[in-house]
Design a protein around this ligand. Sequence first.
Ligand SMILES: NC(=O)c1ccc[n+]([C@@H]2O[C@H](COP(=O)([O-])OP(=O)(O)OC[C@H]3O[C@@H](n4cnc5c(N)ncnc54)[C@H](O)[C@@H]3O)[C@@H](O)[C@H]2O)c1
Ligand SMILES: O=C(O)[C@@H](O)[C@@H](O)[C@H](O)[C@@H](O)CO
Length: 312
Amino acid sequence: MDSNHDLKITLIGTGTIGLSFAVFHLTHLKSPSQLTIYDTRPDLEKYIQDTLLSFYSSSSPPIPAISEINIAQSLKSAVEGAHIIQESGPENLPFKTALWKEVEQHATKDALLWSSTSGIPASQQSREMQDTSRLLVVHPYNPPNIMPLLELVPSPDTRAELIERTQEFWRARGRVPVHIKKEVTGFVANRLAFALLREAIHLVDAGVVTVAEVDDIVQNSMGPRWAVAGPFKSYHAGGGAGGLEGFFKNIGGTVQGCWDDAGRANVGEEWEQRIFREAEQSYGSVDTTERDMITRRVLEAVKLEKQTSKDD
Ligand SMILES: NC(=O)c1ccc[n+]([C@@H]2O[C@H](COP(=O)([O-])OP(=O)(O)OC[C@H]3O[C@@H](n4cnc5c(N)ncnc54)[C@H](O)[C@@H]3O)[C@@H](O)[C@H]2O)c1
Ligand SMILES: O=C(O)[C@@H](O)[C@@H](O)[C@H](O)[C@@H](O)CO
């Protein structure tokens, strides 16, 4: 199965995330015919043809032969014989439990079964499966054809061997799979990002800065810094010879002050309408083509520079 020549991948649900995964796999598989798509939308073939093309810009890899991708007419035919089956369908539990119950009946015994869910744990999704050890969450950061991170979130039942095979698959393709050891709400990337978002909302709501100013601050400080070194490594460096401990010795009081004063904005509260309107006025509809092109170049630059400094 490790050979790209034989590998068969099935994607179930090809909206925002599933189609982006399709683009990723198409750049790594030997042939588009190794990819199968199953999605219940009525205009599927036209949608795939039109939407896949929009992922390819002049700087992207060559456009694959999209007509060679298998479009499955049933879930059964989609999963039979596949080595990897990833669902990126609707984010609701009844859909996912029913899906895995049926997939399990037709998939080969050693197929890898992955869910892209943003928050429905594998232990809930697998509850109608005969063998609950088969499933794990592989949560991408959007868009997965560009973003390297995949959060691997097994249930307590998931077999270790499946986690290892999943890690190997993504690592071999230059991705960064991180094994999340407990099924915590929202996994880890979203928890970190949403902690920052909450404080940002609080600061805008309190009149300290505007929506656009928060974005300026992030884009011109921790954004570029964190693309190079995460918060622990950054503050370990920031503490000089004393490392992270030195950092807390120096400004631990200020850190504690910020934590004590942090905001408690909640979903559904008064801030919403004002801040939603301000975001709309600042940005209207965001050009994701430009966003993706720049993100890709930032990631490529970081990878290249890190490789060069490793080789020196
Ligand atoms: N959008 C994101 O930023 C993001 C990021 C990470 C993870 N996710 C997760 O990925 C999954 C998909 O999210 P999305 O944003 O791509 O949703 P989406 O609505 O864009 O796509 C869902 C797709 O599933 C298809 N579908 C609906 N019913 C189906 C069925 N019975 N069988 C097969 N296909 C069916 C739809 O036609 C659609 O194409 C969700 O679980 C979501 O939580 C989304
Ligand atoms: O890329 C992201 O930020 C996403 O991973 C999250 O926004 C979330 O997991 C999405 O699923 C929201 O639909």
